[in-house]
Design a protein around this ligand. Sequence first.
Ligand code: MRU
Length: 354
Amino acid sequence: MNSQYKAIWLNDNGDLEVIDQRYLPFEKKTRILKTAYDACESIQDMTVRGAGVIGNVAAFGVYLAAREFDGDKDQIKQAAMKIRESRPTAVNLMWAVDRMLQIVAQSDDVAADCKAEAIAIADEDVLRTQKIGEIGCDIIESIMAEKKINQFNMLTHCNAGWLAIVDSGSALAPIYEAQKRGIDIHVWVDETRPRNQGASLTSWELLDAGIKHTIIPDNTGGHLMQQGMVDMVITGADRVARNGDAANKIGTYLKALAAQDNDVPFYIALPISTFDFACENGVSDIDIEIRSEDEVHLMRGIDENGHIQNIRITPEGSHAINYGFDVTPARLITGLITEAGIIAPNKNAIGKLK
Ligand code: MRU
């Protein structure tokens, strides 16, 4: 794996090296993870984030446990369960740990086999996201043909690019593919309060790739859609239930409502590993992470001396609540773009993927 367009890679010492996303867009720093504890901490403190990359770090975390505990299966399993619980909503985390634990159970050379499996999961993601890009870009082309337009305006929420799922992302994969196909594409980037994954990460990725984009405050999307300035909305997902309800970054639901009110197609892009086939109803059953209220009180930015600072924007004494995700009901979703094609957001179509 090379490190230039990857969020994570094994370095020459066999440790896992990751881009520390807490410093973006100001500094491109990496962090080295040597133990299962490091992997767990990096998921919890948001060094790494995004459903796909969380799953990859979890898988490599089990490998690091196998290396650290010299193949002792009980200790590896204990460490794996801690990693599995490090964040609650993105199901790729549980999916990846469970897949690694099957290897642990069967293997006679646990560290070597875990390493091979973690690499296989990451390599599969590369192929999955390429396919999602191609299928999603076909949708872009068909909307352009239908509307007879030469420039395409996409709106996206949060970050679902290569920082969130190797190698091309989920929601950003069709945008990267559109650039490859020479399509004139412009992206409205929701800032994505409170952690601003859109403003700091998606914009950083798009700028680096030379893709036209405009950062917008979270509340702007509805207005743009009313004015005919959005041709399609696309987001990633953290967990999609069997009935097609999709959990993604808080605020996604409101974009889907506005899209429906304005006849704008609303797509979710995801690998099949993001479906939770055991979850029947997303709105009622998906566990939504509640994060620290400090993320609402404090804004992170860079001052004129180049120092990254947290600045308080609320009165001391006011309380805040910080739900990390919301669930968009299936009825608001035009289609689910997966490596297996465009899937209708319903039980019947999703059940066939299992
Ligand atoms: O809290 P985060 O930054 O991990 O949330 C990320 C998202 O909600 C992404 O949109 C989602 O993981 C899909 S990208 C694979």
